[in-house]
Design a protein around this ligand. Structure first.
Ligand code: 5GP
Ligand code: ZN
Length: 112
């Protein structure tokens, strides 16, 4: 298996768990860009949002509501950002769909 995040899901590559259930797994980003930087991934391998289909609607909704739950657990009352980099121009480097949950500092807009 070559996908980095599938290998993390299998436990072949260690990660720092934040949340886990039947559909998804959340863990700390190895190179945090904010005091809280959590990656939330579906257990199903979807290369990017561009490959998601109608069949994935519930799964995508699940990821979003879990991101909000994790944000509450991390006391991000001041606000936070959920990012879904998609494809080369979107800055995606790992080709397994993932949400970034970033918070704990003021985030600039627009992003680079
Ligand atoms: P992307 O650029 O594809 O949106 O985000 C990929 C993210 O995965 C980056 O923020 C990067 O720091 C993170 N990342 C890459 N390799 C690893 C790893 O082995 N472990 C963890 N925990 N995060 C990783
Ligand atoms: Zn994968």
């Amino acid at each position: 298996m070559t996908c980095l995040f599938c290998r993390i899901l299998q436990g072949e590559i260690p990660s720092k768990p934040v949340y886990s259930d039947d559909l998804c797994y959340a863990f700390s980003d190895i190179q945090p860009q904010a005091p809280t930087h959590v990656l939330l991934i579906p257990r199903k391998h979807i290369p990017s949002l561009a490959f998601a289909t109608q069949e994935d609607t519930n799964l995508l909704g699940h990821l979003m509501s879990k991101a909000a739950e994790i944000a509450r657990e991390h006391s991000l009352e001041g606000g936070y950002r959920v990012v879904l980099n998609t494809g080369d121009d979107g800055g995606q480097t790992v080709h397994h769909l993932h949400l970034h949950l970033l918070g704990g500092r003021s985030l600039a807009w627009p992003p680079g």
